[in-house]
Design a protein around this ligand. Sequence first.
Ligand code: BGC
Length: 929
Amino acid sequence: MNYITKKGALQKACLSIVILFFLQLKGFSQVQNVPVNLRVDNLICEYKINPISVDAANPRLSWKLITTDRNIEQTAYEIRVGSNAVSLTKAKDIIWTSGKVLSDQSVHVYYGGPTLTSRQKCYWQVRVWNNKNQVSPWSMVNFWKMGLLKPTDWTAKWIQNTYQSDTTGGPSPMFRKAFILDHKIRAAHLYITAHGVFEAQINGKRVGNDYFTPGWTSYNKRLQYQVYDVTSLLKKGDNATGVTLGDGWYRGYTYNRRKDVYGKKLALLYQLEVVYTNGKRQIISSDKSWRVAYGPIRSSSFFDGEVYDARKEKAGWSEPTYRNLTWDTVKTDETIKDNLIATSGPTVKKHEKFLPLKVFNTPEGDRVVDFGQNLVGWVQFKLKAKAGDTIKLFHAEVLDQKGNFYTKNLRTAKQEITYVFKDDSTTTFEPHFTFQGFRFLKVVGYKGPLDSTNLAAYALYSDMAQTGKFSTSNPLVNQLQHNIQWGQKGNFIDVPTDCPQRDERMGWTGDAQAFCRTATFNMDVAGFFTKWLKDLSADQHKDGAVPYVIPNVLDSVSAAASGWSDVATIAPWNIYLAYGDKQVLQQQYESMKAWVGYIQQHSRNYLWDTGNHFGDWLFYAGTNYEDGAALTDKNLIAQAFYAYSTQLLIKAGKVLGRSDDVQKYTLLLYNIKKAFLAEYVTPNGRMISGTQTSYVLALNFDMLPENLRESAAKRLVHNIEDYDEHITTGFLGTPYICHVLSRFGHTDIAYDLLMKESYPSWLYPVKNGATTIWERWDGIKPDGSFEDPEMNSFNHYAYGAIGDWMYRVIAGINTDEGDPGFHSILIAPRPGGKLSSAQAELETLYGKVKSAWSIDNGTFTLDVIVPPNTTATVLLPSVTDQITEGGVDINTVKDITDIKKTGHDAQMSIGSGTYHFVYTMKTYGKHNN
Ligand code: BGC
């Protein structure tokens, strides 16, 4: 072949590659060469797009089918994994191909190739076949990269400073190292973690956009490291890096001002791995050659804020030109590294920005800024003052009755930022190792104008994609949904916390249990809870007791409370339902068993009536808290949750095929219920505590025999009516009350509860200007005064658990327990509460599910989206004779099958696609239009 022909062949090849690529983009199949309306997209590995720190031996791969056709199901898939992004076809680059697998599975498909090794990068793509005999083009190529899988992969050493003053609340040490890279760089990855929290820089630039890394885990057993692709921050020649450490959760203050929970000394572990274009590698590690000094962060604490003295800044300290001659040497520490794990959950990132709504002086003369939203994060300022001037920022959630800045409910948490200016240039500043829960900012020590040009509040929370949307025709309910979402944002800071402002901020298990299911409707919390549940297993006591808080920072007796410790069974089950994730059940199964085992050990004749329980925390107590008529016997609650945990264990056992366990625990459950009936229920079905929570738990957990359930539901309704249709439940009854009412045909009463605007109710705080969910039904009392400042958070998510009912019943989006993760969907909206419309969307692992209804003059319209590779059962409420879909009688629509009437409802099956139902509604229930 002469040169000309060679060139021509090359051009031809290039052209065909371009055409192929174009065809793929356009949805043309390269196999059939005919256009198909079928693509594969949204490839994720272990819930992440292109993760670079995977430590699962067999990572799970998921993808979405994209098509506008109806009734599309996947019938087969093929995955190929290779070592080269460009070519996934050449045998030499292929790591694994699944071959054509006849299966409808498009989520959580295990990689099935050879054992993966540390740092290995795998490129992958998928194509699918559908039930219309079509094959998709190959998807775009995504990748995942393995983390450091063995302790011996870490050649870096832990380093510490030798300062006496290196104690909790002390200055932040800055570690530095200059180095030379002597070739052109192909790729560079930083593997880094700390005892404390860290911020790293390379050549003067911040590494990554995560905050409070390495995150909070049960450090002594599980310490996450982060991985960053830092190729673009490095260059051939002189380089430098620097890392600042803060106390964080490691040794910072926690409950009752306890500190040094995991250790007394901050430390850094840093391993920068550079691969040159010539294939050679160089590693820059934390070791004796590093230098350390104190800088501008004089102290930092999650509770108390930060003190920053700009006069102590070391300009250019992470750049190669900086001279660190006066810096001190470091000491190395041989701490074993077998607790290191890759970061699995989402890291904390900066999200929404709020500008000042107004700036005003309070009656007490404070200068205060209102950001309009109770949020968790910090304030960034851009101000100019004189060298040595000090500005102080204080943070509060609310103003008091008289309009003054109110911080009593923060208890001992200072939430205070102190900044000392170094000169008279304009300075932009935001804190580093702290976060505040606030809506209002008090500014002291700065007299100049304050406005949206120089102040902004940023929300910081775990980086979970917002997957759910919910709204109705009622603005108050919409504000409630807003408050639920902001309660979630503010309290999902690496772990699910109880409150983000006062001196607690811990992973209270009861709160997490109550809110978990709602959380799955608002955001993608799969990775978040999977990580936290591993810490639960790690901190669970040997006898199975689950601590009150996870990660556990309390003493050894603070464990095993009903409704709190049951998060061990409830959260894995909820994650399984929302994401069809069997692995989380597998991962937690022994922990679930151990928790049920603990209760067994502490029961007599199947009755669990010992131990310390919080009971139906913060139920409506009237005027006298402990004597409140709505007080539910704590042991009754314990017995009900004992049954529920056992029930969930049985369900998990069935999913995992543990038939011996299923048999064993089914018998146990029978005896638990029998003991419950004998101890707490009269033969006629009256409960010893005649409270809403008592009936709600008994009914929700199926504690009563069938023949007593209807009457018990009526007793619940009567109780609600006795309270003039107000809710009286606390943390444990609240998540289920409306579900129980709906299940027993009292959705109208559930709507009464939802729509109530006077205390106690969900809308009472909304009417009082809440922008988040309050800890108490009456955080601000009807007379404007506050509840006890010892326990009065304005950002607590537990009561936000109504969100689950709003999605599942008002909008009617649900998953089939037998085929979870929204693979089999139930669309069953229940209008009421004088709503003229409601709509919800949920981005599931298969794609978007939508249910949007409206009622106009008796005409009911429902718009539904069912994602590809799923099917749905639709229940249309209160139907009359003719229902149309897309303008024609449903009986003539071929995509709608199994149409039948069940009571006043019409039931039918549909496949994926978009549907538009219309019919005239029969009036039903007292709240229907
Ligand atoms: C927390 C609660 C928690 C409770 C248990 C409180 O201080 O803020 O939300 O569940 O303690 O006692």
